[in-house]
Design a protein around this ligand. Structure first.
Ligand code: 13P
Length: 252
């Protein structure tokens, strides 16, 4: 089996003022010492990106954002450009999070523009996909994942796929305390990898990192990460607790 370097990413969502962010970033850094074999990434709000990057410099912990525009500059009120992200120390962007899709009505087409734009500026792009509870119950999970994956990656060339990370986040498991079972998660991840092999090629699919997100906690991380197609986690609530996040990063 192809070895993929694990990535544990913390999505801070809309939490932390500057003081809180600095404190949390330093505490996370203190709790992540000695896990050099894994990548760790924090995605704080835009307003504290620079502060968090500064606190984490020399720690090896990566910093990213929770969304990004496809243009470098211009009349895009409310948006942040890839160049701004990089200037503030960011190397990655999460896009297509279910909260962006559901609350802010972002479509696959819009998300795709973000993916393609972010890649063109050299950002690592973490594309989130996932089905709602209704979709799972009506048996269309894989159709939904396929649509979001094909839509989100439209026009992305094989050579750029090394900068893509997919995050499978079943919407019903986000912030609910409900986690997909290890079998459900593995099944979805294996489906995603097969589809990428079909869209691109097998070797490339073998190198792709696919993260699981949705109520990842210290108590369930070990069994999830033991699955062959789960290469890391995208953590929400538990990422705001430095001790819990440190334990997740150090999963067995
Ligand atoms: P929770 O870990 O709080 O369920 O959030 C997951 C998530 O949305 C990460 O992007």
């Amino acid at each position: 089996m192809m070895m993929r370097r694990s990535l544990i990413a913390g999505n801070w969502k809309m939490h932390t003022t500057d003081t809180e962010a600095r404190e949390l970033a330093l505490a996370v850094a203190g709790n992540c010492l000695g896990v050099a074999e894994r990548d760790v990434l924090l995605a704080p709000p835009f307003t504290v990106l620079g502060s968090v990057s500064e606190c984490l410099k020399d720690t090896g912990i990566l910093v990213g954002v929770q969304n990004v525009c496809w243009q470098e500059k211009g009349a895009f009120t409310g948006e942040i450009s890839p160049t701004m992200v990089k200037a503030a120390g960011g190397v990655a962007a999460i896009v297509g999070h279910s909260e962006r899709r559901q609350i802010f009505l972002e479509t696959d087409e819009l998300i795709n523009r973000r993916v393609v734009g972010g890649l063109s500026f050299g950002l690592m792009m973490i594309l989130c996909i996932g089905e709602t509870r209704e979709q799972r119950e009506s048996g269309v999970t894989f159709a939904v994942l396929e649509k979001q994956l094909r839509g989100g990656l439209a026009g992305v060339q094989a050579k750029d796929m090394a900068s893509i990370v997919i995050a499978y986040e079943p919407v019903w498991a986000i912030g609910t305390g409900l986690t997909a079972s290890k079998e459900q998660a593995q099944e979805a991840h294996a489906f995603i990898r097969r589809l990428i092999a079909e869209m691109y090629e097998k070797d490339l699919a073998g190198q792709l990192r696919i993260l699981y997100g949705g109520s990842v906690k210290p108590t369930n991380v070990d069994e999830l990460m033991a699955q062959p197609d789960i290469d890391g986690a995208l953590v929400g609530g538990a990422a705001l607790d430095a001790e819990a996040f440190g334990r997740i990063v150090a999963y067995k």
